[in-house]
Design a protein around this ligand. Sequence first.
Ligand code: CAO
Length: 416
Amino acid sequence: MSKPLDGIKIIDFTHVQAGPACTQLLAWFGADVIKVERPGSGDVTRNQLRDIPDADALYFTMLNSNKKSLTLDTKKPEGKEVLEKLIRESDVLVENFGPGALDRMGFSWERLNELNPKMIVASVKGFSDGHHYDDLKVYENVAQCAGGAASTTGFWDGPPTVSAAALGDSNTGMHLAIGILTALIGRDKTGKGQKVAVSMQDSVLNLCRVKLRDQQRLERVGYLEEYPQYPHGEFSDVVPRGGNAGGGGQPGWVLKCKGWESDPNAYIYFTVQGHAWEPICRALGKPEWIDDPAYKTAEARQPHIFEIFETIEAWLADKTKLEAVNILRKFDIPCAPVLSMKELANDPSLRASGTIVEVPHKKRGTYLTVGSPIKFSDLKPEITASPLLGEHTDEVLASLGYSKQEIFTLHEVKAV
Ligand code: CAO
């Protein structure tokens, strides 16, 4: 079956998570992604947190499926020559080196554009070009702190907290993928490539959009009625951490279910959606609340919302999280069990949809990964194993026109 990105050749000069997440997504959809790696070591994640000696770590395999690996020392003249050939016939180059690394290697945007004016050059950096921190190297949690996620996550009486979700890394990679696809469509119209840059700080902030909304509301009215601090607590002049409160106009909280004393995930998220108040009361066996003026409107409920959550927890005390959701779903109440990674890994629906997939790997045996979260009617991405270090070096060199003898020589001088 042909895929939408068939024929798009991508030089994947990425490492760790932000860049690899982007190129992996494009590879799933058909792009020919050639990961250029340093001979001998490759992407640092091949060795990080290994669970099987001598086999690529899951950190690498789960972010580099469907790619080819070309080992090339791009600081040596012979390596640069190979890279230049590759650049001349590629559509996209993606990189997430530290600031200035590509320039120092001799491949500035100007040089790349000169080598191939049709090529799209896509970069991830911690901060945007010209930002007062644009010289900084950045990892996930640094970006979460710089992008507003940490100051607004966690509980009001605890420190700023980072999320386990890769808001700085994979999220930035997804933004970059959108930028690359946009530039490819643009190129169809203009015939020209362009530079696409995404910063991790900007990508985190983009996901914290509603917190910037709240900052402005706070400055105007002095309080935020959907936060737990309202109406009994205090507000300062910055958006506070709201614990597990719902971020929109619908109050919600993480509530204990049967077994919470021993199971760290025996909880559900319960949303008190305004127009679902009547079904909520019926589900909880509290029909008297439906018309009670102290409960009838969202405004009336807010001052004692935690007392309402306590009543719901009392109702949940003899129900497991799955039993509770099975009851509440019949009343159209937005809720979900808090699921552990173990439960997600074994979830039959996620297996059936291809969101959780098993991938055979030459050295590891089979490993589990997250497949495409994007579903198409005419494309079912097939997830194939990540490449071994340098697995496709000869193949890629041959495709660039190098003879067997030349490939041998390149190996001999350790240029590749
Ligand atoms: N051949 C020869 N040299 C190579 C090479 C190859 N195939 N591939 C990379 N290199 C060299 C680069 O040229 C660079 O050398 P110089 O620093 O001497 O110019 C070096 O390897 C890579 O440097 P780096 O700064 O990218 O790597 P680091 O481990 O010091 O920093 C990171 C890692 C992630 C902090 C940094 O790359 C960064 O800030 N990237 C941008 C933001 C980002 O994507 N962060 C998220 C990563 S996911 O958590």
